[in-house]
Structures are given as structure tokens and as C-alpha cells.
Design a protein around this ligand. Sequence first.
Ligand code: FE2
Length: 435
Amino acid sequence: MSPDLLIRNVTLPDGRTGIDIAVERGRIAAVGPKLEAEAARVIDGAGFLATPPFVDSHFHMDSTLSLGLPRMNQSGTLLEGIALWGELKPHLTVEAIKARALDCCRQAVARGTLAIRSHVDICDDRLLAVEALLEVRAEMKPYLDLQLVAFPQDGYLRYARSAENLARALDMGVDVVGGIPHFERTMADGAASVKALCEIAAARGLLVDMHCDESDDPLSRHVESLAYETTRLGLQGRVTGSHLTSMHSMDNYYVSKLIGLMREAELQVVANPLINITLQGRHDTYPKRRGMTRVKELMAAGLNVAFGHDCVMDPWYPLGSHDMLEVAHMGLHVGQMTGVAEMRAAFQAVTSHGAKALQLDGYGLEPGCKADLVILQARDPIEALRLKPARLFVIRGGTVIAETPRVEAALHLGRAGETIDFTRPSPLAGGAAGP
Ligand code: FE2
């Protein structure tokens, strides 16, 4: 075997240690201990974690890095964010959207995120954002998979030209059908929008991803409509419900029925922990609801749950640097997912679960998969969540596309040459000392 790239001595997310990975012609050729091979390039993994790349299942690439334009969101609410975005829209240009999106994509790549599903607002009759993001998708293709969702931000039925614009966006090459039923004028209009949009996806053979019930309204019923239309149209597994925050506030008995409908529809679920914890519960005094959907319970019911970043420095969220480990860290805390299996599931929510929701081809670290992977300065997924460590190597198709030097602090506490990098032997590997 003469691979193009040989990675020596990494730990895999499933716990195997001392593993080598050989890459040939952009694909993983072999995975195992002490592979006998010589390669043009060899990377010493030094026992650190190699993972398939991070996947951001829900993002807004058209508004990213626009923070402060034309003003800040003073209330911090979802509705002021939508109003603010409406103020900015008439002033957008293809060039400005592209420049900001490319900047964000570069940050994502440096963080080891190589697939992003971005919603793109089609409630601008010029479709400038669609044009810009299609160009960004093409330019970034060698480095990052950008999937685009035609998103009627101002409502599919509520905004007069949504239907026409959505069809135009799909004709231009946008990948996925979006929606926002809770923003329609009535519950009935919301249900009608779900029906119409799922029918469009079925007719065109496309996936669906709707912002669905992003509210604290315990009586909102659009998840139910989405599951129903998915099953009715035979779209099982092809439809994503994003946010689903109303489920946080729903009656437990009703949720026990709803989860059954979601399972029947094989609905993909995307929670956005950073945004849900900051935007939901805004009408509460105390106790104040967290708003994130029932991640643990949905996972336990066998549904595929992924996490999205949603926003970085835009009208809805002033923070962020596109780090999916920050997202998973927040999701784990908000969802109280501190059991060992739960922490591993939080890591999967920003890796393999996202890949499943986006139906990514060739994702993983098995032979035959695309040679896309990240080596982190951490020993296992749980340490990665704890430290949000340096992405030492980001590899796409067998080529290193980003590198960060190993991070360690030099201490000056009286012992010469003392350094600290915060990693610890994993208590799960049996390497920890007794109490
Ligand atoms: Fe969103």
C-alpha cells in the first residue's frame, strides 16, 4: 500500500486507540493499528482524537457577520431580530453577502466544520442572497459542503410573493424546501403552508427543512402537521423539523402522542442550543423556561437529533465564532445530558447525526469514506466537549486545509519549563488514579 497520506496513532470517537488511517485518492483506504505503509505525507496524531468533520445542520449564512447593521437588536428578541433583518434587506448587495459568508465559511473550516446547511431568505424579490450563496456554495465546494434551504422568512402565505420566489430559488439550484409555519397569520395558515411546501418537495424530489414551532406556545401544533404531511406524502426520513422549541412547553401527555407521529415520519430533528437558550422564555419572569426542544427524550425515542449553530454575529445573536463544540457544549448543559452516553450523543449531534440529517454521502472514518476528518487536541469526544480544543489538522479529501498549532500555556510558578495543556487521562480508559 502506498497511500497519499498516512495518519499515525490517533484515537477514534468509538474509543479505539493507537489507530493509523491511510488515505488514497481522497478516500480512506485503511484504518487499523500499525498499518504497514509508506506515504508521501505522514502526520503524527500523538494519540489525539480523530473525528469525521463537524456538521452544522442549521445556519443562516445570508445574515451572518452583519451584526450592528443597520443597528443592534436592543431587546434581544426573535421578533426584533426579524424586524431588524427586514430593515437591512433593502441595503444588501450580492458582494457584501458573499464577502461575509466567505469569511464565516473560512472560520468554520478552521474550526473543522466541513458541512453546513444554511437557510437563505427568499422574501426579497431580488433574490440577492440566493444568488450570493449559490456562488459561495460553488467557491467553497473543494473545502466545505454548503447545502441551501429556500427559506420564506416572512411567511410562505403571509408574504405575497413567497410562492413565486421559492419556485425561482429552487429553479436556480437551491437544494432544500424551507418554511416557517409559526410565523404565518393563523394556525390554519401554518398548517396550510406545511402542506403546500411538503407537496412542492415531493413533486421536485427534494428534502424539507422547516423552522417549526420556534416559540414557547404550548398549543402550537405545526410539528404535528409536519409529521403528518411527511407520512402522507411518503417523505419519511427526508424531512427536518428545526427548533421545535414549543415542545419544551407542551403538555407531557400530548408530547407522548406527538413523538409517536414523529417516529412514524422518521422526522429529523435539529435543535439550536445557543439560540434557543437566548431567544426562548423571553415572556417569562421566573421560573424562566429554557426553550430547547426535548433532546434527550427524542433521542431515547430513536429519533435522529442534530444541533445547529443557527447564527453568528447577526440580528438574532451577537456572539459566536462558528465552533460546533461550543454548540454541543451548550446543548449538553441545557439538556442536562451529563451521563456518559448522553455526552457522547451531544458530540454525535454535531458530527454523525448532522451528517444523517443532511444525507451526506461518504461521511465517516471507515474504509471507502471520503477522507474528510479533523484531529483535535483532546483524547476523546468528552474531553473535546470539555476543552473545545485546538483543531490541529483539518483534512478534506486527504489534503490538510487548516492547521492550528498545539496550544499550551507556559507557567512561571518557580519550576523551569513548566507547561499545561489541560488534557487529562480519560477516566473511561481506566487511566485515572483512585480517590
Ligand atoms: Fe434558523
